[in-house]
Design a protein around this ligand. Structure first.
Ligand code: NAP
Ligand code: GLV
Length: 313
């Protein structure tokens, strides 16, 4: 079978070498945008944020494997109607996400930014230890990544709450579901972690009217997509002190412009969309396994990570 590779901001050489080694009986070629006629008609694609032309020129595509967990950029394209999309299902990302979120929560709970600032200013002072049982961490999104984050936080004995679309029962997690329970969920949180997919229903969910439900002096950790935030609202709530701090890995515009206020705000920690990186080795193994199952006749809908295009994730 022919497989077309089109991944924006990814060096194709190493990927192609590993994919070809994992799928030796298939022809994998980098899609050539400049010379569309030179592209062999492919049944399957391996993609990350491809241009619209990629789909316009390949209406015959049946399945696309996304080399990331989020498919928002893909679903904003006009896609062949019958195209199935398979996203990465963990592939080494959940442990990274857990690590990233735990370090941010621990920094806030233990007031490390304040201690670090005090030390820079020549101080030697102590804060009264916070009550762990009174520092509930809320996780928006209880999927592959959110559930791993919940487990990691439980290890440090934080009370954990979670919010998802459908109701869930998770050991030791106080769960909430649907729009109706969002205020109740947020009211319980001293820190909130956003690990939702970006869909029409979740875009701008981190806006003033929702964030005002958080306890005063709460912390925001956004590791999903920048467009979950109304950035001006987040900044205003940081400036008013309603949010005591924010750790932001994702932004409406990426790369985050050098002059953006988030970069310079004393209570904001920014990273360059690096919370959970795509790991090539694990991703190639996962994609090759699923591709072989699909090529052998398993319907795409039965593969783990198959996206529900209507639902948006
Ligand atoms: P997932 O397994 O599909 O989980 C998504 C979760 O969000 C599910 O629990 C789902 O609820 C919930 N959800 C979706 N729409 C909702 C809504 N309208 N209201 C309430 N809950 C809703 O996704 P994942 O693999 O955990 O990945 C999540 C996101 O992380 C990705 O989409 C991507 O944007 C982001 N990400 C970021 C990085 C980074 O480096 N910053 C890396 C990887 C991924 P149900 O359980 O009820 O379906
Ligand atoms: C990264 O943001 C991903 O969606 O995998």
């Amino acid at each position: 079978m022919n497989i077309s590779f089109c991944c924006t901001n990814v060096n194709p050489k190493a990927w192609l070498a590993e994919l070809s080694a994992a799928l030796p009986e298939h022809d994998i070629a980098v899609w050539n945008e400049q010379d569309p006629d030179s592209n062999p008609p492919a049944d399957a694609a391996i993609v990350w944020s491809p241009p619209q032309a990629f789909f316009d020129q390949q209406p015959q595509l049946k399945v696309a494997f996304n080399i990331g967990a989020g498919v928002d950029a893909l679903l904003q394209k006009t896609l062949p109607t019958a195209l199935s999309i398979i996203r990465l299902d963990d592939a080494g990302m959940s442990v990274q996400m857990a690590e990233y979120v735990v370090q941010a929560v621990v920094r806030y709970f233990r007031e490390l930014p304040t201690y670090e600032q005090d030390m820079r200013e020549g101080e030697w002072s102590f804060k009264r230890p916070r009550e762990r049982g009174d520092f509930t961490v809320g996780i928006m999104g209880l999927g592959v990544l959110g559930q791993r984050v919940a487990k990691a936080l439980q290890h440090f004995e934080y009370p954990v709450a979670g919010w998802s679309l459908s109701p869930k029962t998770l050991d030791g997690v106080t769960t909430f579901a649907g729009d109706a329970q969002l205020p109740q969920f947020l009211q319980a949180c001293s820190a909130v972690v956003c690990v939702l997919p970006l869909t029409p229903a979740t875009r701008h969910i981190l806006q003033r009217s929702n964030l005002m439900h958080l306890r005063a002096g709460a912390y925001l950790i956004n590791v999903s997509r920048g467009e979950h935030m109304v950035e001006a609202d987040v900044l205003a709530l940081l400036n008013s002190g309603h949010l005591a701090g924010a750790t932001l890995d994702v932004f409406t515009t990426e790369p985050l412009p050098p002059e953006h206020p988030f970069r310079h705000h004393a209570n904001v920690t920014c990273t360059p969309h690096a919370a959970a990186r795509t790991l090539r080795g694990e991703s190639v193994t996962q994609i090759a396994t699923k591709f072989k199952q699909w090529a052998a006749g398993t319907p795409a809908q039965q593969l783990s990570g198959c996206v529900d295009r209507a639902r948006g994730y």
